[in-house]
Design a binder for this molecule. Structure first.
Ligand SMILES: NC(=O)c1ccc[n+]([C@@H]2O[C@H](COP(=O)([O-])OP(=O)(O)OC[C@H]3O[C@@H](n4cnc5c(N)ncnc54)[C@H](OP(=O)(O)O)[C@@H]3O)[C@@H](O)[C@H]2O)c1
Length: 317
């Protein structure tokens, strides 16, 4: 991102699962999270320099934003950065649905501005992108990014913003050892060449790539992530075993190796954190330097798993 951007940590923190907590959650993750547990996650993360929090209106339909704001209470606004999104499919009918959705996010987040605001998906790039411009001009959003956009759509959004003196400063796409569509489509190269930060999401494939879940211990029954991943867990075993072995040599876990891989590829992972011990993992991941041969081996095992983990909301890149 540009020089006026606050220093962005090597890893951002994701709060989609936080939309599950309490009564209003949508049960996507089937996670049992409490306000006090999430407060501990925030305290540990903030104390260790992980201060960039990613959320979205549609994570528990506002619940993730509300819970995040509660968990951050007491910290000065300058001590953390907020990243949230405009989701076209949830737009209201008014004159300016982007400004309206942002206003609601600001209310839930208890803030006057968002550090990084995203167009969540490319439903209509020409329609939604221009509506970011007045929000940038007013300072209600400090930086903008696009998510789930392909190369052509990123370039179009950049052109629209460019006409007003702004630019696409960040890209946020699904990117993991099982899902490298953005790399194959040249989006990582595009970002590197233009100094655009690439945020990789679902690096851990919602828990399926952590080694914590497997055929004998599947993802929580009844959750959406169980429906997406439980059927393919046997195919991931060779990869997660190798990740565990690579991590074991360094006192780290399979999940830490996945995160270290995403960092080694020049991306900023957004890791969904639900426990304080996962923050320890991020600290370890930051210290792991994978050898080129290890990266190649892990990617070959990811390819050999031969699974398609594309989310239902994602397009082919
Ligand atoms: N722009 C978009 O369209 C989009 C789409 C998806 C996600 N995102 C963003 O990216 C973030 C990350 O994606 P995600 O949360 O869906 O999935 P993820 O980061 O791939 O996986 C998160 C899950 O992995 C487990 N986990 C995390 N750290 C771990 C560790 N160190 N060791 C073992 N297990 C660990 C936790 O599951 P348990 O609680 O079961 O242990 C957690 O809920 C989201 O929260 C969201 O902010 C954006």
């Amino acid at each position: 991102m540009t020089s006026k951007t606050p220093a962005v940590p090597a890893v951002a923190l994701g709060t989609w699962a936080w939309g599950d907590s309490g009564e209003a959650g949508d049960g996507y993750f089937g996670s049992q999270l409490t306000a006090s547990g999430l407060r501990e996650v925030v305290e540990k993360a903030q104390a260790n320099g992980f201060t960039l929090w990613d959320t979205a209106v549609v994570y528990g339909m506002g619940h993730s934003e509300t819970v995040l704001a509660q968990a951050l209470k007491g910290y000065a606004r300058s001590e953390y950065q907020l990243s949230t999104k405009f989701t076209p499919q949830a737009a209201a009918d008014g004159d300016d649905p982007v400004a309206e959705m942002l206003e609601q996010s600001l209310g839930r987040l208890g803030t006057e501005y968002v550090d990084l605001y995203w167009i969540h998906n490319p439903a209509d790039v020409a329609r939604w992108t221009p509506l970011l411009i007045p929000l940038l001009q007013s300072g209600k959003i400090k930086h903008v990014g696009v998510s789930n956009h392909n190369l052509k759509q990123i370039a179009l959004a950049d052109q629209i913003l460019g006409e007003a003196g702004f630019r696409v400063e960040a890209v946020q796409n699904h990117y993991s050892l099982l899902y490298r569509g953005s790399e194959r489509a040249g989006i990582l190269d595009y970002c590197r060449e233009r100094d655009v930060r690439f945020f990789s999401y679902m690096v851990l494939e919602q828990g399926a790539l952590t080694g914590r879940y497997g055929p004998a211990h599947p993802l929580p029954a009844g959750s959406n992530r169980a429906a997406a991943y439980n059927g393919i867990l046997p195919k991931l075993q060779a990869l997660t075993d190798r990740m565990r072995a690579i991590g074991g040599n360094r006192g780290a876990s399979a999940a830490d190796v996945a995160t270290a891989w995403a960092i080694a590829k020049g991306t900023t992972p957004i890791i969904g954190v639900t426990r304080t011990s996962y923050i320890d993992g991020l600290i370890r991941a930051g210290g792991i330097e994978l050898a080129d041969e290890e990266i190649a081996e892990l990617e070959a095992l990811g390819d050999a798993a031969d699974v398609d983990t594309r989310g239902w909301w994602e397009q082919e890149m």
